[in-house]
Write a protein that binds this ligand. Structure first.
Ligand SMILES: Nc1nc2c(c(=O)[nH]1)N[C@@H](CN(C=O)c1ccc(C(=O)N[C@@H](CCC(=O)O)C(=O)O)cc1)CN2
Ligand code: MG
Length: 302
């Protein structure tokens, strides 16, 4: 068997087109184009590429690029002051603090300063708490992108065995919550899991976000399973993921490639979150003008 290729590039393009149509509709209805503030601290080459792509694609979707760049030696107070300034700026719909930050900075403390309504990365404890409680909120972009791919390919989730390898705040934990919200039976694996391959082989849906190149081989894949590879590693012969692709493709029913799988979805979902945040903020402003007491509506992007 050779696995069906899950084409993240194509799905991401379609999501971005839908977001662009949503932005145009918001503006045509008298609203303001969403403003995305990407914040890059330092000059990590991979982060520079990701932020450049986020900016380019946000502009292509009709958004305003409110990018800010700080030097690698910017102190905690300086970054905190910038986040506070963006938080207070009504032109800013969404704030994205590109990770990883230089090691001398306390990333958690900085993320905590982002208002939940502008947290287009879905990383604040407010948005994580809403997700944990199964309530609407802004969702982390990579796991939201994985869910959009699974839906696009009509992967059944209710009652399915889902295994997530990795427990990061950015991917593994929210991924497990999103699958749980869709009634999958979810297992989270990590560096201390005994017999990883055996646990993975139970999965109808296997999501690998461990950050270890080629960690998951064909022996860890149930025949016919849907395998989603979140890893991205730069080697001498190009990019590779956490899954040993070619052998796994002989066993899986469907598999995401690296590149061209989950990566492009991360940016597409960021744009969807930014549009949702802008809509919610502009609804609130209209509500306030009409004297209506209204809580910030937090939409779950498609
Ligand atoms: N604040 C955040 N920081 C980081 C996040 C995030 O979601 N929020 N995720 C990753 C990096 N990331 C976005 O920031 C990201 C990674 C990969 C891609 C992507 O399109 N990958 C392509 C390959 C691109 C290449 O050639 O390098 C692919 O897989 O096809 C987009 C975004 C860590 N930081
Ligand atoms: Mg630190």
């Amino acid at each position: 068997m050779t696995a069906r290729v899950i084409d993240g590039k194509a799905v991401a393009r379609r999501v971005r087109e839908e977001v662009a149509a949503g932005v145009a509709e918001l503006v045509a209805a008298g609203g303001t184009a969403p403003g995305l503030a990407t914040v890059l601290v330092g000059d990590d080459p991979a982060s520079e590429v990701y932020v450049r792509n986020k900016r380019r694609l946000s502009v292509e979707a009709g958004m305003r690029d409110l990018h800010r760049h700080l030097p690698a030696d910017a102190g905690q107070e300086t970054v905190a002051a910038l986040v506070d300034e963006l938080a207070a700026d009504p032109a800013v719909s969404g704030i994205l603090l590109q990770l990883p930050l230089p090691a001398h900075l306390d990333a958690d403390a900085l993320v905590a300063r982002i208002p939940a309504a502008k947290d287009v990365d879905g990383l604040t404890t407010d948005n994580a708490g809403l997700l944990a409680q199964g309530r609407p909120g802004l969702r982390p972009c990579t796991p939201a992108g994985v869910m959009a791919l699974l839906d696009e390919y009509e992967v059944p989730l209710a009652g399915a065995e889902a295994v997530v390898v990795g427990r990061s705040v950015l991917v593994g934990r929210p991924m497990a919550q999103l699958l749980l919200a869709r009634d999958a039976t979810v297992t989270i694996c990590h560096s201390r899991t005994r017999d990883l391959a055996e646990v993975c082989r139970r999965a109808d849906v296997l999501v690998v976000a461990a950050g270890i190149p080629g960690l998951v081989g064909a022996d860890a894949v149930k025949p016919g399973a849907v395998v989603v590879d979140v890893g991205i590693h730069r080697g001498e012969d190009g990019l590779r993921g956490d899954v040993d692709h070619d052998p796994a493709a002989e066993v899986a029913g469907a598999l995401t490639p690296v590149p061209g799988g989950v990566g492009p979805m991360t940016i597409a979902m960021l744009l969807a979150n930014t549009l949702a945040a802008a809509r919610a903020q502009q609804d609130v402003e209209q509500g306030a003008e009409q004297g209506v007491e209204q809580e910030v509506p937090r939409e779950v992007p498609a």
